[in-house]
Structure formats: C-alpha cells, structure tokens
Design a protein. Structure first.
Length: 449
C-alpha cells in the first residue's frame, strides 16, 4: 500500500478525485506529491492558509480543441488537441506536446502537473504546462504529419507565445513536427518569434545539446546518485527501455561513462545484444528510417528480439525506463531488485507504478524519479530560450557543461531536501518537497491569483 495521506491533505486529494473523474494518471501523480508534502506544511503554515495545495492541483487554464485534417486519400480526419496551462508562478508555461493515440485529458494533466515541480527544480524561470493530441504519427506520410501539425497550430497559436506558453516535444513530437508547427506559427502571426517553441532545428533558432539533453541529463543524474554511494557507471550492465529520443541519448551517454546497455525496446518488443547495443544502428532505424526495433536483428544476427517481451526480466545493475508511464509495475520492480539492480533513473515521466516505487524505496536502491532525473530536457529548453532572447548560440561543450551543472544541482537539492525533511536517500520526497516549496513561495508572494 501507498503511504497514508496526512489528515490535512486527504480531503484535498478526495476533492481532486471528485473534480477530475476518470483521470487515473492525474490522480496517481497528485497523490505521489501529496504523500510527500505533510512535513512542509508543518514548517510553512502560510501554505495552508493560502490554500497553495488546492490551487496547485487546479490548472490555471485548460484548452481542448478540434483538429481536422485531410489524409493522403483525401479523407477528412478529426483528432482532439489539448494544452493544459497548469501553473505560471515561476515563468511562462513550459512543457512538451505528446502525439500518441493514448492521449486524453488525464494524461496531459498528469504530465502538466509533474512539469510544474520538475521545472521548479531546474531553478530556471519556467512554469508548468503540457499538451498534445490523440493523433498517431506512426505510419503517416510526412505530408499527413505536416497537415496535422498545421491544423493543430492553427488553434494553438492564439494561446502561446515566448512570454506566455512555450511548447516543445515529447512522445511522437520531434524536430520534424516542431518544424511544421513553427512554420505555421510564423505564417499566422507574421512574427519570427524564436522563443515560442523549443527543440527547434539548429539552423533556425535551436540549441545544441537540446536533442541529447533528456537522455544525457538522466544519465548524469544517475552518475550523481552512484557517486554518493562511492560508485560509477564503469563496467555496469544497463537496460534502457524505449528507442526514441530519450532512450538513444541515454544509451550514448552510458557508453561514454563506461557502462554497457544490453537491451532497448519499442512498443512491439525488445532487443537483447550481449555485446552492447550498437547505437548507430538504432539511430539509423529510429531517427532516419522510422522502422521497428526488431529490424536491429537483421543487421546484428547475434542479437535476440523478443516480441511483446518484458524488458525488465533482463538482469542489469542500472535500469533507465525511457518509454512511457507505468511501464514498471510492482512485479517488474521486484524482479529488477532481485536480479541485482542498484540504480534506476527515470528518463520517462512516471514510468514506475506506486507499487514499483515502494519496492525501490524499501530496497534502498538509488531511485531517481522522472521529475528530477529527466529535467535535463526542459532545462536545456530553457537554455534555448536564453539563447533566443539574446540572439546568440552557444557551442556544444559549453551547453553540455551547463546541463551537467544543472543536473548536479538538481541532484544535490533533492538529496539535501530529503535529508532536511527526514527521509534521507529518498529522492521522491526530496524532489516533490524542493519543487513544491519554490512554486509555493512564489504563489504566496503573488497573493490570491
Ligand atoms: P519518442 O517518441 O522519441 O520515443 C518514445 C519511445 O517509447 C518509443 O520507443 C516508443 O515505442 C516507446 N513508447 C511510447 N509509448 C509507448 C507505450 N504506450 N508502450 C510502449 N512503448 C511506448 O519519445 P521520447 O523519447 O521523447 O519520450 C520518452 C519518454 O520520455 C516519455 O515518457 C516522455 O514523456 C519522457 N520525456 C521526454 C523528454 C524529451 O525531451 N523528449 C523530456 C522529459 C521526459 P513505439 O515507437 O513503438 O511507440
Ligand atoms: O517532459 C518533459 O520535460 C518534456 N517533454 C520536455 C519539455 C520541454 O519543454 O522541453
């Protein structure tokens, strides 16, 4: 069972359940934060007086819209678009767009809610938001993706802006989609406003390292957790789920730090390569040819493909879930721990179920929750905004060093906050409390707004 909620917080959670029926992922994300918060209320009674928790659980604005477009056969298709502008206490709403058939309001709200605290942890001037659509880019032609993105932006443009709301990528949204959306925004507004989107191409306002940032950042975070325990990536066997943007650059950085990733996956199955995953092949298959991960075994005959397999059955010392929410359940977590896993760094958002999280915490392995471990992506988006604001562009080494410092400081903040609030080594409490306090202080300063 999850931790019981404090008597002050329980009614707030009940109200979240009643006001947001059926949004199970949003309930899961709020409950996890509320479980950590009670000791904060004891030290900061003003937060209770100002109803900060109640306000933080209610998005400032939620936009839901129709996205009509025409497919290559000339048939009209209709999708649903979302942008949840959750909290702007620390800066303009900031967070990605997800295009995946599973998207509905409950997923966008869980992601937007987590984003508030993640963005606060970076120490940069960004609020929290998230958006997306139930559009499935898989199997669509470039022209179809373009028409969809143009239609999506034809509504979204009126809600965003460099000082208002700054979307970026997430599942199903990468450089191609950001390009189509930026083009449409520019056309409709007649403004070349670089700061309105991040994850842009390097020739038109993008930042070096943004593509690599989430995976690199998550790996740096695990490196810091290992360092606390007098350990490192050197010689470690690692498993990374997914094979998209986050997974690819996680695998790359693990190798640079001396580890070996033996397995990765997509939604159809996983590949196992005991020699270590050949990243060039994965990049070509996934980033360029948009193929399935099973094709890896056509090129590397010794590797094994397991259709519909459970990647967490592979013994590893470091696990980095980098695909989607709730991909590690209690059973998987138990199996990982039993097989000798000593560190988990979440590249994905909320990839571990509450039962799984409890198993990791009870086993006292180094467990880095998504809102801390994967904050390098949005932090580098904020660095992109900084470069756009002063019409500058920094080199790779400098930008990567900034990212590394940010990840180190997020790690230390979570570590020290957990210690201060009585749960040493618990990065879940550390991240939730530290992120919450930053946002709450700003909200108190602003009065009832
Ligand atoms: P991509 O679209 O590039 O890759 C997603 C990967 O995850 C693919 O391999 C995909 O497989 C797999 N996947 C997606 N949905 C599911 C599902 N329902 N079941 C099984 N596998 C699935 O996305 P990203 O790499 O950008 O995102 C991965 C995770 O990282 C997400 O949780 C995202 O929220 C999080 N994240 C991303 C950031 C970023 O900057 N991009 C920043 C911080 C967090 P398939 O191709 O078969 O669908
Ligand atoms: O979940 C995330 O932090 C992201 N998808 C990246 C958000 C961003 O604005 O770069």
């Amino acid at each position: 069972m999850a931790k019981p909620l404090d008597e002050k917080v329980e009614p707030i959670f009940q109200s979240v359940l009643a006001r947001n029926p059926g949004e199970t992922e949003f309930h899961q994300a709020t409950r996890e934060v509320l479980e950590s918060i009670s000791p904060v209320l004891v030290k900061h009674p003003a937060f209770t007086h100002h109803k900060i928790i109640e306000r933080i659980c209610e998005p400032e604005r939620q936009i839901i819209f129709r996205v009509p477009w025409t497919d290559d056969q000339g048939t009209v298709q209709i999708n649903r678009g979302f942008r949840v502008e959750f909290n702007s206490a620390l800066g303009p709403y900031k967070g990605g767009l997800r295009f995946h058939p599973s998207v509905y309001l409950g997923i966008i709200k869980f992601l937007g809610f987590e984003q508030i605290f993640k963005n606060a942890l970076t120490g940069m001037p960004i609020g929290g938001g998230k958006g997306g659509s139930d559009f499935d880019p898989k199997g669509k032609s470039d022209e179809e993706v373009m028409r969809f993105c143009q239609s999506f932006m034809t509504e979204l443009y009126r809600h965003i802006g460099e000082h208002t709301d700054v979307p970026a990528g997430d599942i199903g949204v990468g450089g191609r989609e950001i390009g189509y959306m930026f083009g449409q925004y520019k056309r409709i507004t007649n403004r070349w406003e670089a700061g309105v989107l991040t994850g842009k191409g390097l020739d038109w306002g993008g930042s070096l390292v943004r593509t690599e940032a989430t995976g690199y950042g998550a790996t740096f975070f695990v490196e810091e957790m290992l360092k606390v325990r007098g350990d490192s990536f050197e010689g470690k066997t690692c498993v990374v789920s997914g094979s998209g943007n986050v997974a690819i650059y996680t695998i790359e950085k693990i190798a640079e730090l001396g580890g070996k990733t033996v397995a990765c996956s997509d939604s159809n199955g996983y590949i196992y390569d005991e020699k270590g995953i050949d990243l060039e092949t994965v990049q070509r298959l996934k980033e360029i040819e948009r193929r399935r991960i099973k094709d890896y075994c056509e090129i590397h005959k010794h590797a094994k493909y397991v259709a519909n397999g459970n990647i967490w059955e592979i013994p590893c010392q470091v696990a980095m879930p980098s695909a989607t929410q709730n991909e590690i359940n209690g059973k998987d977590a138990k199996m990982l721990v039993q097989n000798g896993c000593i560190a988990v760094g979440e590249g994905a958002n909320m990839p571990t179920t509450p039962e799984g999280v409890k198993i990791f915490l009870d086993a006292q392995i180094a467990y880095g929750p998504g809102k801390a471990a994967n904050a390098g992506g949005v932090a580098t988006s904020a660095l992109e905004m900084q470069q756009n604001a002063c019409r500058d562009s920094w080199d790779f080494e400098y930008t990567e060093e900034r990212l590394r410092k940010i990840m180190r400081s997020i790690h230390n903040l979570c570590y020290e906050t957990a210690m201060e609030y009585g749960s040493p080594g618990n990065y879940v409490d550390g991240a939730n409390i530290a992120g919450f306090i930053r946002v709450a202080k700003a909200m108190v300063a602003f009065g009832v707004v």
